[in-house]
Structures are given as C-alpha cells and as structure tokens.
Design a binder for this molecule. Structure first.
Ligand code: SOE
Length: 387
C-alpha cells in the first residue's frame, strides 16, 4: 500500500508532538505504512516556514483551505486550537481526506456530532488525539482488566493536576479564553481523564460536578521569553472565561463509582495524569509522571507478601515496548504519540476505523457537557439526557 500523505494544521505544542511521531514511526515501526510529511500549515508565513524546516515537512501553506484541497494529501491532521477543529474537519471530510484531530474534539457536543456525521457520510477514517491511552503501562492496565485480573470494578479515581497558571500574573493565553478553547481545565485535562476512564472501565451513566475560576482577570498576553509566554504586570487585564478547576463524581454504567478532578492550580504538580482503580480482586495505579510504571495489587497474592508492586512496562510482553529499546530502557511522553500514529496507519492499511475515533470524541464531549449542565443546574445529570 502507498504511503499516507499528511497535511498538518498547527505547528506549536501538538504540531511538534505529531511531527515527531510521524518522523519516528518508520524507524521504530517499519512494518506499517509510512506517513509522508507533505505539508504543514499555519497563518504566520515566517513561523510556519521555520517549523517546516525544523520538523521536516516538504511544503508550507498559510491557508488551511488550500491544504485541504491539495490532491497530494490523504490525511488532514488538525493540531490547531479547538475553535477551528469543526470547520477544518468538515471541509476535510468533504474533500475525502482522513482526519486526525486533537482533543477535545470540538467546542461543544453539537459541533462534535456534526464532525462525526460529516466524517461518516464521507466514509473517511477519523481519529481523536487521546494519546495517553497509548502508554504501554495504560495498555497493560486495560489488558489486566479485560482478563478479569482485578475482578469487578468498584472505584475509578482519576486526576489530572497541573500548576502552570497558579501565578495570577500568568497571561491570558488562548487556553484561558472560552471562544477559542471551549473550556479550561475541564476540556483540556478532564477530557483526557474521561477518555481514560471510558477506555478502562466503560461508559459514564450520570455525573455531578463543581468548578471554579480562582483568578478571574489576567494580564493580556505579553512577549515570549525563552519559548514561554510571560505576563507584563502593567499590561491591561482581560477576563478569564474558562474554569481553572473542575471536579465531578460519576456513576458508570457497569456499576463503578468515579471521582474525577482536573485542575491547573495544584502547585507542585506539573503533569499528574493519574488513576487508581479498585476491583474485587485487586487494584491498579498509574501516574503519568512515572509513565513506564503500573502499580498492581492482587488479593490472591500470598497474604504475607501482599502489597502494591511496581511493574515496569518496558518488556516485549508489553504493548509497543518491544519496538523501542531493551527491557528497562524507559520511554516518555512523545512515544504515546508515535503509538497513536501507529494505530492510525494500521487502521488505514486495514481499512477500518482507528480507536479512539470521533465516536469516542463525541462520547467524551457528552460527559463534559453533562458535567457543565450539572454545575449550572446543581443536580445529577444522566448522560442520556444529552443524546
Ligand atoms: C495543557 O497544559 C496540556 O498541554 C494539554 O493540552 C494536553 O492535552 C495534556 O497532554 C498536557 O497538558
């Protein structure tokens, strides 16, 4: 089968992560069809040209419509902020291109449903970027659950804790503006936790939440210093229009109880994306800050040695690990994207939908929106109320 020719929109954080994944794939996973890094697109001509050279793309475009219309592109990668996902995805589907879109899929549930139906109508492949599923330790958790090794699941405790906006002088970047980001910690971090929970323990049934914006005004974005956006104390201020933290309780269709917390105000936590799952026969614990490890506890271990033990998911027995380095040679954040792109290429080669697809993007969006409704109306909201 021919290479898959990719056109990517966006060249910042996610654009870099995806570019790295496309480049690494043929070297470490030579048995799958290759992504060809055809064209990268962004509005700022000089910046996109710089990214093209740095990341290794063949062409640069400044108009995403032109990119979507190019005959030499099979897959559109949407690595741009959330407010443009819908328009680009629908245009890409109409042009018959496969779509790989970053999370959250859209600004709201209705938009995500439109994106899914456009992709289904066009018969193209669609994938949403929930990359954390692809850590080998997470795949191991999934396997142990499927094998019944921790029995019936009672609890899912999911956290995504960051601290990059604790400083009230941190500027009002796009991630803090509702029109562009859709929501704050909820859609950015909570979306990952929701997807992880769905992946591991199944569908949400009902939710009730609360949220807070601790710092309501911030300096308008200033200059970039060493790649970091910095605030200017004398700069005019603007309104923060998203949540700084959103917490919620959940009941899963399978009977488990869940608690989920997403915040950018957990001082000391740079990227604590973690879960603990308790079942009738054992428990599992994962923390992305120790991405190679899964903590496991089994009730049928001999009583005198019972306790959590650390499994290093770096052996060839673990998903994807055999493709990298000998056992014990750790991998990191960027590898989750390589695995994600591997799954996408495999699905295209096998002419089936990849997972997670836009169907998962929509399901996540429904949970996000049910939580928002529960906060507004101060009550439990069933996910079925939104469908
Ligand atoms: C935000 O800080 C962010 O970069 C998210 O947008 C990502 O999805 C998450 O992986 C890490 O944090």
């Amino acid at each position: 089968m021919n290479d898959v020719r990719v056109g990517m929109i966006g060249y910042k954080f996610m654009g870099k992560a995806h570019s790295n994944a496309y480049r690494a794939l043929p070297m470490f996973f030579p048995n799958v069809i290759r992504p060809e890094m055809k064209a990268i697109c962004g509005r700022d001509e000089r910046a996109v040209e710089k990214a093209r050279l740095q990341f290794g793309w063949e062409y640069a475009e400044t108009d995403w419509r032109k990119l979507v219309d190019r005959d030499d592109i099979d897959l559109i990668d949407i690595s741009a902020p959330s407010d443009v996902h819908k328009e680009i995805a629908i245009a890409a589907a109409a042009a018959g291109k496969h779509i790989f879109c970053e999370k959250p899929l859209a600004l709201n549930l209705a938009d995500s449903v439109e994106m899914l139906s456009a992709a289904e109508k066009a018969g193209v492949k669609h994938m949403v970027g929930f990359n954390y599923r692809f850590a080998p330790a997470v795949q191991l958790a999934k396997k142990l659950i499927a094998e019944g090794r921790i029995g019936e699941i009672y609890h899912y405790r999911g956290l995504f804790l960051q601290d990059w906006i604790v400083d009230p002088e941190f500027p009002l970047v796009w991630r803090l503006q509702k029109e562009i980001a859709g929501s704050g910690s909820h859609g950015d971090l909570g979306a990952h936790v929701i997807d992880m929970a769905r992946f591991l323990v199944g569908e949400f049934q009902e939710v009730i939440g609360m949220s807070e914006t601790f710092v309501k005004e911030r300096p308008l974005p200033g200059s970039m210093v060493g790649g970091e956006t910095v605030g200017d104390k004398n700069a005019p201020r603007g309104q923060v229009t998203v949540d700084d933290a959103t917490l919620f309780l959940a009941r899963f269709a399978g009977g488990a109880l869940g608690s989920i917390e997403a915040t950018r105000f957990a001082a000391g936590h740079r990227c604590t994306n973690s879960f603990e799952i308790n079942g009738s026969r054992g428990s599992l614990k994962f923390d992305f800050e120790r991405v190679n490890e899964l903590q496991v506890y089994f009730t049928d271990d001999a009583h005198d040695v019972q306790g959590f033990r650390r499994v290093l998911a770096t052996d060839s027995a673990h998903a994807y690990s055999g493709a990298w380095w000998p056992p014990g040679h750790s991998i990191g954040y960027e590898h989750t994207f390589t695995h994600e792109v591997y799954e996408l290429m495999l699905a295209i080669a096998e002419d089936r939908q990849p997972s997670p697809s836009f169907v998962d993007g929509v399901a996540c969006q429904a949970v996000l929106e049910a939580v928002d409704r529960s906060i507004e109306e101060r009550r439990w909201v069933a996910i079925s109320e939104l469908q």
